[in-house]
Design a protein around this ligand. Structure first.
Ligand code: OGA
Ligand code: MN
Length: 218
């Protein structure tokens, strides 16, 4: 177990309320050093036992529409499984956030899916939306970072835009920074990283299961 200095020791409700208020008023939030220390430690411990070959090139789209596109994204990912004991603290924290936001904002969030992302030197992810209006059940996007001592000249920022394409914020992928935004409303990109960059990306979804089509969380 590592000791993390740059993370939050606040009661979780205070952080959850900060997120709720920001989502209500502007639809996105960037909170440096916000990830609770136990959750950050647990994610690092999980990452430490993953082998590089468990990361694979991400595809774009879902189901049969999936393609790999090196021009759009170069990162490699590995999904975090709901029943993996190594992810217990992460899922407990995300589920509590989900419940808080459902009570506070009536979002009807039903499930959570997330993966580790690994950007090697030179990797990027071009401007994209995590969900297209009316077409997806991804409601809320979340990102957090596991990189110590990230320097400005190392690039790899997450840039969030408004729907007109104007830049809203540039996020340095520093340890424990937490980003949450409405999936359908904010195009975003990851600028070229000049060193290895680890993040966790997650999505809260609403349920769109029907009798004909099961819709598992991962
Ligand atoms: C994604 C994504 C952002 C980041 O995986 O969809 O936008 O900063 N990630 O890693
Ligand atoms: Mn994204």
């Amino acid at each position: 177990m590592t000791s993390v200095l740059s993370c939050s020791q606040l009661p979780p409700e205070i952080l959850y309320e900060q997120i709720a208020l920001a989502l209500e008023t502007k639809g996105y939030v960037v909170l440096p050093s916000a990830l609770p220390v136990n959750v950050a430690d647990a994610l690092l411990d999980h990452l430490a036992v993953l082998d590089e070959h468990e990361f694979h090139h991400a595809t774009i789209g879902r189901g049969e529409g999936q393609v790999q596109n090196n021009f759009v994204r170069r990162d490699k990912i590995t999904w975090i499984y709901p029943n993996d004991p190594l992810a217990d603290q992460w899922h407990a924290w995300a589920n509590a956030l989900q419940q808080y936001l459902n009570r506070r904002l009536f979002l009807g969030l039903f499930s959570f899916e997330s993966h580790f992302s690994y950007y090697q030197k030179g990797d990027f992810y071009q401007k994209h939306l995590d969900a297209f209006q009316g077409q997806s059940n991804r409601i809320l996007s979340l990102a957090t970072y596991l990189n110590r001592d990230w320097l400005p000249e190392q690039g790899g920022e997450l840039v969030i835009y408004d729907s007109k394409g104007d830049e809203l914020v540039k996020v340095t992928p520093s340890f424990g920074t937490l980003v949450v935004f409405l999936s359908e409303e904010f195009p975003h990109e990851v600028l070229k990283a000049k060193r290895s960059r680890f993040s966790v990306a997650g999505w809260f979804r609403v349920n769109t299961s029907t009798a004909e089509r099961a819709d598992p969380p991962v």
